[in-house]
Design a protein around this ligand. Structure first.
Ligand code: FES
Length: 399
């Protein structure tokens, strides 16, 4: 740097200091905004809680569709936008237990923009939550839910343009089919829809109507318990996938359904030799750990003592070997964080301080294995144990 540049630098710095002083002296003394546009947008897209009200219920044999609008009286004026295939997690208070249930939004993102979500829920006769819903939810019922979440949606930067959507959990794919038909998503969808019998096909007519409107959506029904002309018979397996998927393997596979089905289809998908990034899945319903070959026989049909440590409480509760740690806490009235309930989102992540657990699904992060962190929604007790549960989500659980 020569002498001239050095002097110029000092003058510029002096000028900058004066400008700064001038700006500060003339600045408004009005209070800074509490929220900036980015915070407002973030809250709109990812609200902790959305307050909803039922405006319509559609009966569908052993399922019902519930139409929700924002509950302005509770502070929700607008529904969060979602990607077709995502779910919301309902925050429920049943008897003494606080629990969540994740349901895929079956309506389309366009309908959310016009102020409506629809959830289509199947009745699980011996279940805990759906009999409660059948009994208690009417037009006007107020329900608290999370913002939209989940990874089972089409992302052009990540996914192939052709999606093979397989499973018995049809609601995320119904939403995707609708979004393709209305132009929100530019992709091709081949739905391999597994049902027990023809009568068990939920939203079948609606899907056929969408498929008739656009050649980008194709529906293949696969019946496991019945042979019907024009339908495939059996399970979603390698042969069925290869029959309907493009031969060049240039597709993504999305799966949705109960754990046993996902487990079976995963074995079949392995035979296709796809890259791991081509497969996405989301489980519904509860997992039966006894179903897995590596489950320790001696733990079957036992109830263990689980010591649960939360912020300032220590409770000892019963934990059945066939129920997840999360369900044991919910039964005992402990407000435990959760969202997807299928081991994917990490909301329920907690630390096993001591004792043994069974984790049916592989894929835990190395650091979690090292420090004994588990997702309580897919972890089962096989001895007495102590669990440390984080508390950051507690207030939000209550809705
Ligand atoms: S609730 Fe999502 S991982 Fe357990």
């Amino acid at each position: 740097m020569n002498k001239f540049e050095e002097i110029k630098g000092i003058i510029d710095l002096k000028k900058l200091q004066n400008e700064r002083k001038h700006e500060i002296q003339n600045a408004s003394d009005a209070e800074l905004p509490k929220k900036y546009p980015m915070n407002i947008l973030e809250e709109e897209l990812h609200p902790e809680t959305q307050y909803l009200k039922i405006t319509k219920i559609i009966d569908r044999d052993d399922a019902k569709s519930f139409v929700f609008v924002p509950d302005e009286s509770k502070g929700t004026s607008k529904l969060a936008y979602f990607q077709a295939g995502q779910y919301i997690s309902l925050k429920l208070h049943i008897g003494k237990s606080y629990c969540t249930r994740a349901y895929a939004i079956s309506s389309t993102p366009k309908q959310a923009l016009s102020g409506e979500y629809m959830l289509t829920i199947k009745l699980v006769k011996n279940g805990y939550v759906t009999p409660y819903i059948w009994e208690n939810w009417k037009v006007g019922t107020e329900v608290a839910a999370s913002g939209p979440a989940g990874q089972l949606f089409y992302e052009p930067l990540r996914d192939k343009k052709t999606i093979i959507a397989g499973g018995s959990g049809i609601t995320p794919f119904y939403s995707m089919a609708g979004a393709i038909a209305d132009g929100t998503i530019d992709a091709n969808l081949i739905i391999l829809y597994g049902s027990r019998t023809h009568n068990h096909i939920l939203l079948g007519d609606e899907l056929d109507r969408i498929a008739a409107k656009t050649d980008k959506v194709k529906v293949v029904n696969i019946l496991s318990d019945e042979e019907v002309e024009g339908y495939e018979h059996g399970f979603i397996n390698q042969a069925i996938i290869e029959k309907y998927a493009p031969a060049d393997k240039n597709y993504s596979i999305y799966m949705s359904g109960p754990a046993a089905m996902i487990h079976f289809v995963n074995q079949e998908i392995k035979k296709l030799d796809l890259r791991p990034g081509q497969v996405r899945q989301e489980m519904s319903g509860s997992v039966n750990p006894y179903f897995f070959k590596n489950y320790p026989e001696e733990a079957k049909n036992k109830t263990f003592n689980m010591t649960v440590k939360t912020r300032d409480q220590i409770q000892v509760i019963p934990a059945r070997s066939d129920e997840s740690l999360l369900v044991a806490m919910e039964r005992a009235g402990i407000i435990a964080p959760s969202s997807c309930r299928s081991g994917v989102c990490g909301a329920c992540r907690s630390r096993v301080v001591n004792g043994k657990v069974f984790i049916p699904f592989p894929g835990r992060r190395a650091a979690d294995s090292e420090y004994n962190y588990v997702n309580t929604c897919v972890t089962f007790p096989i001895s007495d144990l102590t669990l440390q549960v984080p508390v950051h989500d507690y207030a939000n659980m209550l809705g």
